[in-house]
Structure formats: C-alpha cells, structure tokens
Design a protein around this ligand. Structure first.
Ligand SMILES: Nc1ncnc2c1ncn2[C@@H]1O[C@H](COP(=O)(O)OP(=O)(O)O)[C@@H](O)[C@H]1O
Ligand SMILES: [Mg+2]
Length: 136
C-alpha cells in the first residue's frame, strides 16, 4: 500500500501522527527518510504523544537512540552519524525490534537490516509545503 499526503502545516503533521498512532503495535518499525528539516523529528514527537509518551521527546542525533515508555517501549533512533553498516550491527538493531515500536531517522545505512514489516515514510519539501509518502 502506498499513500501520499501534503503536510501544509505542523497541524497537518499532528493529524497524520494522530491517525497513524492507533494502527501501531509492539514490533512495528518506522523508517523515516528525508533531508534535514523535512519534519522527521517533529513527526516523531507528535507520534510519541499519541502513543502515550508523556516525556519530552528530543532529537537523538547525538545520542543515536532514545527510549520512552508509552503504550509499549518506543525507541527513537537517528543513524545519520553512522558511516558503516557494521556500526548498526554493533548497536544491536536486530535485537531491538520485537519488544518495542522502533522509529528510525536516516535509516539508509541500515537498509538490509530493516524487518519486512517496516513502514517506510519519505519526507520531502514540495513547493512551499511538505509531502510524505507512506509505503507499508
Ligand atoms: N508540516 C510542517 N509544516 C511546517 N513546519 C513543520 C512541519 N513539520 C515540521 N516542521 C518544522 O520544521 C522544522 C524542522 O523539523 P524537524 O522535525 O527537526 O526536521 P528533521 O528531523 O527532518 O530534520 C521544525 O521547526 C518543525 O517544527
Ligand atoms: Mg531529525
């Protein structure tokens, strides 16, 4: 299934997150693609809220991974700073999927290590707006 949405404002992103959240469950993996500033972290913050996280969700750019508790464990990763697939393995990515919802920004380096059920979400700038393409 493939779906496209135009996100004209942060409110549109919030609506998208609100609609997606109830469809998610433990074991799901979201791969968020898109250049800097397209809204991956903002989307994750909103999604986490709708998944019951009450803590402040911050960008994991420097720490690689943050973990929260909502309807289940939620892990938020940012692989931007990794430059080899081996580093992804060192992170133990495979062992992380089952007991959590996993949200990965800059997932390209982990390409071959994403489970088959991964929901791929592509963020883009388009004219003055943002667009997401969801492949699941
Ligand atoms: N749909 C949207 N419309 C307008 N601004 C947005 C939207 N989504 C995110 N933003 C804003 O864009 C900026 C960059 O978003 P961020 O989530 O940090 O991007 P990324 O993680 O992809 O680098 C933030 O200030 C955020 O509030
Ligand atoms: Mg980000």
């Amino acid at each position: 299934m493939q779906e496209e949405r135009i996100l004209k404002s942060e409110d549109d992103t919030i609506t998208f997150a609100k609609e997606l959240a109830p469809k998610l469950k433990e074991g799901d993996v979201l791969a968020l693609y898109g250049e800097l500033g397209t809204g991956k972290t903002f989307f994750t913050q909103q999604l986490c809220k709708f998944l019951g996280v009450r803590e402040n969700v911050s960008s994991p750019s420097y720490v690689l991974m943050n973990e929260y508790m909502g309807i289940c464990i939620i892990r938020h990763l940012d692989l931007y700073r990794l430059d080899a697939a081996e580093e992804v393995l060192e992170l133990g990515l495979y062992d992380l999927y089952n007991d959590a919802i996993t949200i990965i920004e800059w997932p390209e380096i982990a390409d071959g290590m994403l489970p088959e059920n991964t929901i791929h979400i592509y963020f883009e700038f388009i004219n003055q707006n943002r667009k997401v393409t969801i492949k699941m």
